[in-house]
Design a binder for this molecule. Structure first.
Ligand code: GYE
Length: 327
């Protein structure tokens, strides 16, 4: 396959790092090298926390292991940057694109550009909401709606169905935020005695989780029984805020979050976090297995959605499993 190499030039936000060590697939005159590897453009959301770091490493390592050249674009938490990076990969004529979309909507136009150039797009981690589903080949990621449900089921069991909850939401408009919000509410329903007394975005970030929790504590003080955080990083930020307010996280206030990163297991071992619902970021191998099939035209039985299974971990069993955690 002939590929064109267009210099990225003025696109400073786009950091392109080829993982290729054996050969460089493009030469200065724009033609492909002899031992060329297929080129994949990967558009990442940014680097908001520990989960994301593990996700980026997984994609990079899997690309290398599967014999791809990976061009990496960091969206730096802006959809605008991600759209520019996608357009640039289309202009470069890469063989395929992997997109981890920051938010759910607003992708139709740029995905149409890729489709016109016959460049297949695999959506990874977060979902897109597009009018025409043929704009991407497949979606691979966690079932984030189910994660919200699992957090609520655990909480009902733990509290006997009676608690006042504050919620730290993820990035507004991101599919895991929407799904974890809805999944949780669909389980607590209107009949349980679980009441959400405050809910605000902490942008999936530790610092923002701490800031929002400080404000919740100021406003609601002793009323708060539970923190439901859409990811571990925000829960860890909230733990700091709770300690600063002179309370005991894990005992005075119950915390349940999502991801299952190492720092969450450490917090559980220390008794400060009560529960984390796993969301596996090690999605690289699945992504490149799918990409192999896509590029060889073998997509007949490929499902439109490929979901990864999640488990629930509690502080009571954290010590036994912490050493076996891979991220
Ligand atoms: O839970 C969070 C990250 O999109 C599922 O993004 C992912 C989420 C993950 O920032 O920690």
């Amino acid at each position: 396959m002939t590929r064109q190499w267009l210099a990225v030039g003025s696109m400073i936000m786009l950091s392109i790092i080829g993982c290729s060590s054996k050969s460089d697939s493009s030469s200065a005159d724009g033609s492909s090298g002899e031992n060329d590897k297929p080129v994949i453009g990967f558009v990442q959301t940014g680097s908001e926390g520990d989960w994301r770091k593990a996700h980026t490493v997984s994609v990079r390592e899997a690309a290398e292991a599967a014999g791809y050249e990976l061009r990496f674009a960091d969206g730096q938490a802006k959809q605008e940057n991600q759209i520019k990076a996608l357009s640039s990969f289309v202009a470069q004529g890469v063989d395929g694109i992997i997109l981890a979309p920051l938010v759910e909507t607003g992708w139709d136009n740029v995905l149409e550009k890729a489709k016109k150039r016959n460049i297949p797009v695999l959506i990874l981690d977060r979902q897109v909401d597009v009018k025409d589903d043929s704009l991407f080949v497949t979606y691979i990621g966690a079932d984030t709606y189910n994660e919200g449900r699992l957090a609520a089921e655990w909480l009902i069991e733990k509290t006997g169905g009676k608690a006042k909850v504050v919620e730290l939401q993820g990035t507004p408009g991101a599919s895991p935020t929407i799904n974890r919000y809805n999944g949780f509410r669909d389980v607590i329903g209107e009949e349980s005695g679980i009441e959400i007394i405050a809910s605000q975005s902490g942008d999936f970030r530790r610092s923002k989780g701490k800031e929002v929790m400080e404000a919740f504590l100021k406003k609601h003080g002793d009323e708060i029984d539970v923190v439901y955080a859409h990811n571990d990083d925000m829960a860890i930020g909230a733990i700091q805020a709770i300690e600063d307010a002179g309370k005991k996280p894990g005992d005075d206030i119950i915390l349940v979050s999502i991801d299952g990163v190492r720092a969450a297991f450490e917090a559980m071992v220390e008794g400060k976090l009560n529960c984390t619902v796993e969301c596996n970021p090690l999605q690289g191998p699945m992504a490149f297995e799918a990409m192999d099939k896509i590029l060889s035209g073998d997509i007949g039985d490929m499902p439109k959605k490929q979901m990864i299974k999640d488990e629930v971990y509690e502080r009571e069993n954290a010590k036994e499993v912490i050493d076996s955690r891979k991220y």
